[in-house]
Design a protein around this ligand. Structure first.
Ligand SMILES: [Zn+2]
Ligand SMILES: [Zn+2]
Length: 370
């Protein structure tokens, strides 16, 4: 057998083992800990620990990232065309239905990110029945933000290694890097190392057939749901020109959705207060929450990543309402949430003193907004 075939067979076997592991843990009701610790195997011992990972070594490493030109060119083109798209909208050169359709799609598909790939698949903050998982996977594909597996894996790395060299969008490298630079610069070796480690311990993702299928058919699904349908609908139903539909309903909508998600990595790690933990960089940012369907309460979220609400009750969080609505019909269940006592105790211990009036500007001395 050729070495390549041998490797493939070994990989196949290890995937089967990993799936068995996930099934056993599921049956034994062993919780997936994908936020701050790695997942456990069937004997409930850690499959991969951090023992083999020397973060200090990576922090001290001199690393000069290279520009990935194809990715940078794609981002530049998307943004330039989007600026033109916004001009077309403002100057009334597209039909109003096209603009409303683009805005509606941005908000609707956003639930695929917030309630889907983020709270459900990355954090396992609740469970969802098959019809809801399919809806969320389709909505997420409309946003065009890579496949569920890749997104969730990177997000787990972000939470587990926040503000270290292994954080894919480490905010310590500045606003621009966390917002968009990380997508067109070569990743730090620490990020690559931890992506590989978490790939081994995130078998629960591939145990979900919806995730597997969306990963397998991502390119045709992306072409249909993110490109073809958003262009075809305005053209067919209200006779928008194909060029306008391409510019506004595909490129501008796609780029705005990307930037809203990017804001969680940038603004929600920079501008705001820290009622629950002043020792981390993530903050509470109501503007990001408004745009990103409730994902801007990021200080809370980094403290309680397994809470399906990603914020306290009473905070504007449409994605929480979305999940609650599906919980009423039984499609969402096992909703995990922090108790008031847990929140108050954490805020008293580590908060910056703004707990209870968190919309106020952060008075802590280390507050800054670049
Ligand atoms: Zn974050
Ligand atoms: Zn998260």
């Amino acid at each position: 057998m050729a070495p390549a075939e041998q490797n493939l067979e070994m990989c196949g076997e290890s995937i089967k083992n990993l799936k068995r592991t996930a099934d056993t843990c599921e049956k034994n009701n062993v919780p997936y800990e994908n936020n701050n610790t790695v997942i456990q195997n069937s004997k409930c011992e850690k499959l991969t620990t951090d023992n083999d990972f020397d973060l200090d070594k990576y922090e001290k490493m001199v690393f000069i990232p290279q520009i990935r030109w194809p990715d940078l060119i794609v981002q530049i083109l998307l943004h330039l065309v989007s600026i033109y798209g916004l001009y077309l909208v403002i100057s009334n050169q597209v039909r109003i239905y096209t603009t409303l359709f683009a805005i509606g799609t941005i908000y609707t598909s956003g639930f695929g990110i917030t309630a889907g790939v983020h709270r459900l698949w990355s954090h396992r903050a609740y469970r969802a029945r098959l019809p809801l998982r399919i809806i969320l996977a389709l909505l997420f594909t409309i946003t065009g933000q890579r496949d569920i597996y890749t997104w969730a894996l990177d997000h787990r790395v972000h939470h587990k290694y926040s503000e270290t060299a292994a954080d894919p969008h480490d905010i310590r490298r500045g606003f621009l890097f966390a917002h968009i630079g990380w997508l067109f610069l070569t990743p730090h070796p620490a990020v690559e190392n931890r992506r590989e480690a978490l790939r081994n311990t995130s078998q629960d993702l591939l145990a979900d057939p919806v995730v597997r299928l969306q990963k397998l058919f991502f390119i045709p699904m992306f072409a249909i749901l993110n490109i073809a349908l958003p262009i075809w609908i305005p053209w067919y139903f209200w006779r928008e020109t194909l060029v306008n539909a391409f510019i506004v309903s595909f490129v501008t909508r796609f780029t705005i959705t990307l930037n809203v998600a990017f804001c969680v990595n940038s603004f929600a790690h920079l501008c705001g207060n820290k009622p629950y933990d002043r020792f981390i960089k993530s903050v509470e940012n109501s503007m990001v929450s408004l745009a990103a369907l409730g994902e801007g309460w990021h200080n809370y979220h980094h403290v309680f990543p397994w809470d399906y609400r990603t914020s306290e009750l009473g905070k504007l969080n449409i994605s929480t309402n979305f999940i609650d609505m599906f919980a009423k019909i039984g499609w969402a269940y096992d909703l995990k949430a922090a108790t008031n006592a847990m929140v108050i105790s954490r805020a008293k211990r580590n908060g910056d003193g703004t707990f209870g009036h968190s919309e106020e500007p952060d008075p802590s001395p280390d507050f800054h907004c670049e």
